[in-house]
Design a protein around this ligand. Sequence first.
Ligand code: NAP
Ligand code: 8YV
Length: 320
Amino acid sequence: MTKPDVLAVAKLHPFYLQALETLYTVHDRTHVTDPAAFAQLAPRILGVAGTGEASVPRSLLAQVTNAKVVSVFGVGYDGVDVPAAIEHGIPVTHTPDVLTDDVADLAMGLVLSVGRSIAQADQFVRAGQWPNGPMPLTRKVSGARMGIVGLGRIGKAIAQRASGFGMSIAYTARSEKRDVGFKYYSSAAKLAANVDFLVVITPGGAGTKHLINAEVLKALGPRGFLINVARGSVVDEEALIAALQNSTIAGAGLDVFAHEPNVPQALWSMRNVVLTPHMASATTETRQAMADLAFANMQAGISGQPLRTPVPECAAMLNK
Ligand code: NAP
Ligand code: 8YV
């Protein structure tokens, strides 16, 4: 018996791909590699599988006329044209919650790494510099002021961890949260002016593009550090590089970049930055949990069962 057809719009994590292949024939980016063949195949596609950064544009959604679901392996889905998916009656799912702990852990790791110069200290020892004298002093993290841009699932988990370090917490978001007990600022610039570590953890996409711009970096100031674990698009990368070069800010810890996997060469040699390759959810345990959830959503969508974790925008179409 032939298996139903699914389109992968990006290179899938092996955990997700292997699960899909047990039930479906997975076509790996055929829409890009062979558009003519894809035109024939498209009406047979029942599900679209992607990653948090993968592009699922309106033009593709119009082609997969019989698709029942877009299942994203990731909590962020800024690459999916959700309004177009809704117009075509295709619900979109993602993988919230299961990765929250890991992303919050990495955010704190970057805070500690930039504040205490851990990556630089490692290089200092390996380069044999210790016998020549001590490293320059670093920056105390415990008790410092943290500002969180985006107090959602992951932002709250970062706040919880930072509270364990005795840090004071303030935040900005689209709306003030009455139940959290942290100081709210109505803009990223106002928040930045009042903190030592500014941690960015919003969704990507048009609504947050360059939310962290030259003005915000100036407000963060020469003793402030920027941590970005959200999306590269949220930070104006050129403004950030200028701010680092001019000591407008003290340093940065970056897991995400504007044009991944390409990282601007200007950042490579800077001593005051720590760079990681979009790895905040990349533990074996969490990637397995994400794959299980993304696969469950794909199966549910194709078989007409209730979806496990649809994106909020799709709630209305699913309740009809
Ligand atoms: P979430 O629960 O939906 O939280 C998102 C938060 O961002 C909310 O507090 C929201 O404000 C706020 N926000 C949205 N637009 C904003 C704007 N224009 N200005 C200020 N704040 C804004 O999502 P989550 O589960 O915490 O995930 C957040 C994001 O983290 C994902 O979308 C993804 O981009 C990123 N992420 C990255 C990695 C990685 O590997 N580096 C891994 C996982 C997730 P309101 O609460 O007021 O609506
Ligand atoms: C993943 C992410 O690295 O969940 C997200 O939004 O950015 C990350 O967890 C990504 O989706 C997998 O490519």
